[in-house]
Design a protein around this ligand. Structure first.
Ligand code: HPA
Length: 266
């Protein structure tokens, strides 16, 4: 971490206030960043490198809607074979750089039957079904407490802010609970039924580890999901990654407007 931070501190000339993680198909938002400094992951000492199609794999530092941001264009997933410490390493980097706010986005499958593909969901809570936790192991007291509270993990005032901005922009947003699984296989219809019964509204393969680490580090978090498809067994159609990318691309206009409206007030 020391090497990583030393390298980034030398390169970065602004103090980023907000960490932004752009999920599958949502990376285009990084093109909006003014005076961008691009740092490919492979150039950063000890930084992992991403492998998923649709994920570029670089940090973009600059201003978004006037706010100094450090953006991850492409994130790391447990299903890629990284351990949880590696998946969440970038969050520790943000924390070490003094960033106290995180906006995390993802593509997710809709479990809630009121949703349709293309919906935007503001995350109010999550269920960790990855079977593990990125904080397992010796606690690093410098980062946060052994047993961090998760009651207000998705900062309520950010949820309210996102809803207010959506209303002003006439963009419909849902609120709901995100269930995080490891993937990479999509869920079975029986699993989706189960996830609905336990209170899930959307399902995906990211976000939960990052949010746990961000909360451990005392960051305030806003999470926004793009419901790229209805989850397995709902429509009767098979799921595929192309559909996920297509829907994310279709929603990009609203997604962009919403994020740009939200971040100056976070
Ligand atoms: N399941 C899990 N992850 C996803 C989905 C899904 O249906 N859609 C996009 N990411």
């Amino acid at each position: 971490m020391e090497k990583t931070i030393e390298y980034l501190r030398k390169k970065i000339t602004i103090q980023p206030e907000l960490g932004l993680i752009l999920g599958s198909g949502l990376g285009g938002l990084a093109e909006e960043i003014t005076d961008p400094l691009y740092i490919p992951y492979e150039e950063i000492p000890n930084f992992p490198v991403s492998t998923v199609e649709g994920h570029v794999g670089r940090l973009v530092i600059g201003k978004l809607a006037g706010v100094p941001v450090l953006t991850m264009q492409g994130r790391f997933h447990y299903y890629e074979g990284y351990d949880m410490k590696t998946v969440t390493f970038p969050i520790r980097v943000m924390q070490s750089l003094g960033i106290k706010k995180l906006l995390v986005t993802n593509a997710a499958g809709g479990i809630n039957l009121d949703y349709t593909a293309g919906a935007i969901m503001v995350i109010t809570d999550h269920i960790n079904l990855t079977g593990t936790n990125p904080l397992i192991g010796k606690n690093m007291e410098g980062y946060g407490p052994r047993f961090p509270d998760m009651t207000y993990s998705y900062t309520p005032k950010y949820v309210a802010l996102a809803q207010k901005k959506a209303q002003e922009l006439n963009i419909e947003v849902k609120t709901g609970v995100y269930v995080g699984l490891t993937g990479p296989s999509y869920e079975t219809p029986a699993e989706i039924k189960f996830l609905r019964i336990i209170g899930g509204d959307a399902v995906g393969m990211s976000t939960v580890p990052e949010v746990i680490v961000a909360r451990h580090g005392g960051m305030d978090v806003l999470g926004i999901s793009c419901i790229t498809n209805m989850a397995a067994g709902i429509s009767g159609e098979a799921l595929n990654h192309e559909e996920v990318m297509e829907t994310a691309n279709r929603v990009r206009g609203d997604f962009r407007s919403l994020v740009l409206a939200i971040i100056p007030d976070m």
